[in-house]
Write a protein that binds this ligand. Structure first.
Ligand code: PLP
Length: 464
């Protein structure tokens, strides 16, 4: 790796000034950005990133939940270089194709186990998770039109879900702050509560009972709307951006029963949870659900180049192809050969290093154990994990799990201390969350936990 030298204060201030003047960032308060200056990341290797001052930081978020194989993988750079020199671009419209896209589609269908005896036979490629979920909205509506049930238009999602930022994907998302801007959600998308045990449990209710009750909110909503009007349900196996909300084990089997009972399509949004993050190639394997459509992105290329898509089960594919004729939908970069070549090389690494299995059998359980130890800290009410996603609930009173006043922004205070202590964590309210690269070793996990503990100590000293 050619590590750049740290920047001088003058150099850093120049980049920050240009950044504040010209770069409209996603999900960023630009007044705060202009005051403080953006944190400039200059290079990365393995599980570490470096900032412009030369500070080495453990990237416990894998960028934005995506760098599954870690940074600095020569094989991915080589795959991109080779493909760019052979065929940097060609499209997949109007009956043309390229070999990397074909090979990747076939490989993904092979990796995805059949559900209920039905295989995943086709892939629609996009450049992002948002575009993939936009595609899902169109696929689902097209499917029901072709099935002679055009009145089935409504898609049910959940509060605090994150399914992306295009108009349709932001509507599928259940984030109040997103819906407050630009008249969202669009018609035909409704939301039920999320399966968040700690926020919504009744007094004395077990997680198992809560899981079943939370799933039945879907049934209640279907009956309220009229089952004949409901097209699909979409859910993240573990809600990521909503704060790593891990549903009780009883939740997904009950959801599966309900979607089957009313014959509605099931979209498993695995943009975060696939490609080893929960210890399996696909998260539906972890929870035993039987989705019709699986959204993927992020980990398919470990974020080295943009790529997303939808895995389509034969039940849907057959209708689209045999009854449908042309599907009037597509992107310039659907099946981009460079992105697909990088994805194939990335899958080779995941397979050769058995990263999904390692997370399932070794490092995932180890992370769970080390993470659970943090509940001895006075700030931590609950510590939970599932594979390589995990969340800590920061509370004012451990016995009652009383939260901190929202205005104190204890999560944001902790997040700042995390950076200073050498680890990236994300704060969702007062839930501190991680999604580390799957290549983390036990020693890396120990180092990460030590940094988190230091950050918790500093936060505790500041707020108590
Ligand atoms: N779906 C889920 C579950 C996500 O977590 C995200 C992004 O974080 C998306 C969809 C949107 O993906 P993208 O940012 O690639 O558009």
């Amino acid at each position: 790796m050619n590590a750049p030298l740290p920047l001088t204060d003058t150099q850093l201030r120049e980049v920050q000034a240009l950044d504040a003047a010209h770069f409209l960032h996603p999900f960023t308060d630009h007044q705060a950005l202009a005051r403080r200056g953006a944190r400039l990341i200059t290079h990365a290797h393995g599980v570490h990133i470096w900032d412009a001052r030369g500070q080495r930081i453990i990237d416990a978020m894998s960028g934005l939940w995506c760098v599954n194989v870690g940074y600095g993988r020569q094989a991915l750079a080589d795959a991109a270089y080779r493909q760019m020199m052979t065929l940097p671009y060609y499209n997949a419209f109007f009956q043309t194709t390229t070999e990397p896209a074909v090979r990747l589609a076939a490989r993904l269908c092979e990796l995805a186990p059949p559900v209920g005896g039905r295989a995943f036979t086709h892939v629609f490629f996009t450049s992002s998770g948002s575009e993939a979920n936009d595609t899902n909205v169109r696929l689902v509506r097209r499917y029901w039109d072709l099935m002679g049930q055009p009145q089935r238009k409504i898609i049910i999602s959940r509060r605090n879900a994150y399914h992306g930022s295009t108009v349709a994907a932001a509507s599928l998302s259940g984030m109040a702050a997103m819906h407050a801007q630009g008249d969202l959600p669009i018609p035909g998308i409704v939301h039920i509560e999320q399966p968040h045990y700690w926020a919504l449990r009744h007094e004395g209710e077990t997680p198992a009972d809560f899981g079943r009750r939370a799933a039945r909110w879907l049934e209640d909503k279907i009956l309220e709307l009229g089952p004949e009007r409901v097209a699909a349900f979409i859910g993240e196996p573990v809600q990521g951006a909503g704060g790593v909300i891990i549903p009780p084990e009883t939740y997904w089997p009950e959801i599966q029963r309900i979607v089957e009972r009313y014959g509605i399509l099931f979209i498993s949004d695995e943009v975060i949870c696939a490609f080893g993050r929960l210890g399996h190639w696909f998260a539906y394997e972890r929870f035993g659900t039987q989705p019709d459509l699986v959204t993927f992105a992020k980990g398919v290329t470990s974020g080295y180049v943009p790529l997303g898509g939808v895995l389509v089960n034969e039940r849907i594919a057959r209708v689209l192809i045999e009854r449908g004729g042309e599907f009037n939908h597509g992107y310039t970069y659907s099946g981009h050969p460079v992105a697909c070549a990088v994805a194939l090389a990335n899958l080779d690494i995941l397979e050769a290093e058995a990263l999904p299995q390692r997370v399932r059998d070794d490092t995932g359980p180890y992370l769970a154990r080390r993470f659970a130890e943090l509940t001895d800290h006075p700030l931590v009410g609950v510590a939970e994990s599932c594979g390589f996603v995990a969340g800590l609930m920061l509370v004012r009173d451990k016995a009652t799990l009383q939260p901190w006043p929202e205005a104190w922004e204890v999560g944001m205070i902790c997040r700042a201390h995390c950076f200073d202590s050498g680890v990236v964590m994300r704060a969702v309210g007062d839930r501190m969350i991680i999604a580390p690269p799957l290549v983390m070793t036990r020693a890396d996990i120990d180092a990460m936990i030590a940094c988190i503990r230091t950050a918790l100590d500093k936060t505790w000293a500041e707020v108590q």
